[in-house]
Design a protein around this ligand. Structure first.
Ligand SMILES: Nc1ncnc2c1ncn2[C@@H]1O[C@H](COP(=O)(O)OP(=O)(O)O)[C@@H](O)[C@H]1O
Ligand SMILES: [Mg+2]
Length: 291
């Protein structure tokens, strides 16, 4: 059963002067269990709207969203998820430790488990030193890290994170990437939104691009790259010493190499042509072509 299944999801808001805003238009997306999925889109694309529907904060206008087969309108769907909102905010008078304790109680964790997990996640997010300080003195990065800490507290199977790297410095971002990779190694599912493409390339199995409420691309990512199966970059030096580069389809690769060698050329480089996520992103944003 998929961790997340979104079918024909639509959301229309009433904007200013009752103008309709079509935030999601026929969104379809299936996230298998164990996948790290990056949901990329420009500002206003519909990322947070999708996430708010998945976490039961707002209702879809039409369509269905399910978590582990349970419709998101059923609170049971939220039992086993860790959720980081776009701009996490906390009661300013509470300390980080008190807040995590409070979250543990909401999830009905036993007291000894809350104590153990609180120390574990504070350590993991480099907040142990600040654990007993009121949250009101926290920097943006510390607040974001506390938001992530509370998603990890009850050790859920699915993480829904709205821009988890936002507001973090490079050290904080590297930390969050490491946490995502370690969660994946534990078999967890992670669905996160972002507009930072390099973060997606670094940690995701798959990326979906959303523009104006519609999915415009869905790409598999292997070791930070999207392989383009069909073509290769072939570079050779001609018998006159000139360097030539050609993009050659998979079927023609063998013949092209043989012909070049027969003409006295030396092969310098054969490389699969790679798709670049940033290029795909920019082209789908400008053309608006959908899947
Ligand atoms: N409560 C709301 N009322 C009216 N319009 C909204 C509301 N929430 C979001 N929108 C609109 O829906 C669109 C998608 O927003 P959002 O999902 O927040 O985008 P993203 O997270 O990708 O930046 C935007 O045009 C936004 O202005
Ligand atoms: Mg958003």
């Amino acid at each position: 059963m998929p961790a997340i299944e979104i079918t024909q999801l639509c959301k229309t808001f009433k904007g200013k002067k009752k103008a309709l805003v079509h935030a999601l238009q026929d969104l379809n997306l299936t996230i298998p269990a164990g996948e790290v999925f990056g949901f990329i889109g420009p500002n206003g694309a519909g990322k947070s709207t999708s996430i708010k529907i998945l976490t039961g904060q707002i209702k879809a206008s039409s369509g269905v969203a399910q978590i582990s087969g349970i419709p998101v309108t059923n609170p049971q769907a939220r039992k086993n998820i860790g959720y980081l909102p776009e701009n996490p905010s906390f009661y300013p008078f509470m300390t980080a430790r008190e807040y995590l304790h409070f979250v543990g109680q909401i999830f009905k964790m036993p007291a000894h488990e809350i104590r153990f997990q609180t120390n574990r996640v504070l350590e993991l997010l480099d907040l142990s030193q600040a654990a007993d300080r009121p949250v009101k003195g926290f920097s943006k990065g510390m607040t974001q890290r506390l938001g992530l800490a509370q998603t990890l507290l009850h050790d859920p199977a699915l993480y829904i994170l709205d821009e988890p790297m936002s507001g973090l410095d490079p050290v904080g971002r590297a930390l969050v990437k490491d946490i995502i990779i370690s969660l994946k190694q534990q078999g967890k599912t992670i669905f996160f939104s972002t507009h930072i493409i390099s973060d997606v390339e670094a940690v995701c199995d798959r990326a979906g691009i959303i523009v104006k409420g519609r999915l415009t691309a869905l790409e598999d990512i292997k070791n930070g790259i999207i392989p383009e199966d069909e073509s290769y970059i072939l570079q050779f030096k001609t018998s006159h010493g000139d360097l030539e580069s050609h993009v050659v389809g998979k079927k023609q690769l063998n013949d092209t190499i043989l012909q070049a060698v027969a003409r006295g050329a030396t092969i310098e480089r054969i490389e699969p042509q790679l798709k670049n996520l940033e290029k795909i992103f920019l082209s789908t944003v400008t053309t608006g072509n959908t899947l």
